[in-house]
Design a protein around this ligand. Structure first.
Ligand SMILES: Cc1ncc(C[n+]2csc(CCOP(=O)(O)OP(=O)(O)O)c2C)c(N)n1
Ligand SMILES: [Mg+2]
Length: 231
């Protein structure tokens, strides 16, 4: 949540669960009208999949064959509520009545994600409309970093977290690259240190930067007040 980079076509995560779905449909319509082969992708959780707006977006995206890919990251929890207590039926079945092709994949398998995404994007580019991907995954950290300080009851077991930790996608892809001979140990170590350096530099930059004041929000131009006035 709370990140955006319009220069990269990233229109903004937002604090309203499910808030991105209709924004993505708008982006997909814009891509379709401009005919530049762009495809909109919306990422949301298993909890967000029960927001009513998703049905509306399924309907219009299927009807207008919008170039839109739905990626539902099913991590088995909505905040601290297990899916079984808040989600009826199977998520991957929900888009079917709209005629939207759906697939459920191991979201911790980078190659499976790449393949499913490739298929969905290519369908969208051919004018065949939206696709739905359920990526089964897990979050190894809390919903909030501070949750242990205020949640009295445990909402998942240590065994469950430990079993998913073994399926962490990053070591898994590293092991695969090694096993298949695409990388040797030193190549992997080089990637690790380059990433650590990049992160350290980002932290240094953030800490050395001035705290922006409110006028910066307008200057950054997400929505300029002058534009708002003219709409
Ligand atoms: C409309 C709305 N309702 C409730 C919340 C509070 N809230 C924030 S995250 C969250 C859970 C979302 O669960 P899920 O969609 O599964 O996403 P995850 O965090 O598991 O990826 C809730 C209920 C919110 N931000 N917006
Ligand atoms: Mg979730």
């Amino acid at each position: 949540m709370h990140v955006a980079d319009l220069s990269k076509g990233m229109l903004g995560a937002n604090g309203i669960v499910g808030g991105g779905m209709a924004i993505a449909a708008g982006a997909a319509l814009s891509a379709q009208l401009q005919g530049r082969g762009q495809v909109a992708v919306v990422f949301f959780g298993d909890g967000a999949a029960s927001e009513g707006v998703l049905s509306e977006v399924f309907n219009i995206a299927a009807l207008w064959k919008l170039p839109l890919v739905f990626v539902c990251e099913n991590n088995l929890y909505s905040e601290f509520s297990p899916s079984a207590t808040v989600t009826a039926g199977s998520l991957v079945d929900r888009p079917r009545p709209y005629g939207i092709p759906t697939t459920s994949i191991d979201g911790n398998d980078v190659v499976a994600v790449w393949a499913a995404a490739g298929e969905a994007v290519s369908r969208a580019r051919q004018g065949l409309g939206p696709s739905f991907i359920e990526a089964r995954t897990y979050r190894l950290r809390g919903h909030l970093e501070a949750e242990a300080g205020f949640i009295q009851t445990k909402y998942r077991t240590d065994e469950e977290v430990a079993s998913w930790a073994k399926r962490d996608p990053i070591p898994a892809v590293a092991a695969r690259l090694l096993a298949q001979g695409y990388l040797a140990e030193d190549g992997l170590a080089q990637i690790d240190s380059a990433v650590m350096l990049e992160v350290a530099e980002a932290v240094r930059f953030a800490e050395a930067s001035e705290v922006p004041d409110m006028s910066y929000v307008e200057a950054a131009g997400f929505i300029r007040s002058a534009e708002l006035g003219s709409r």
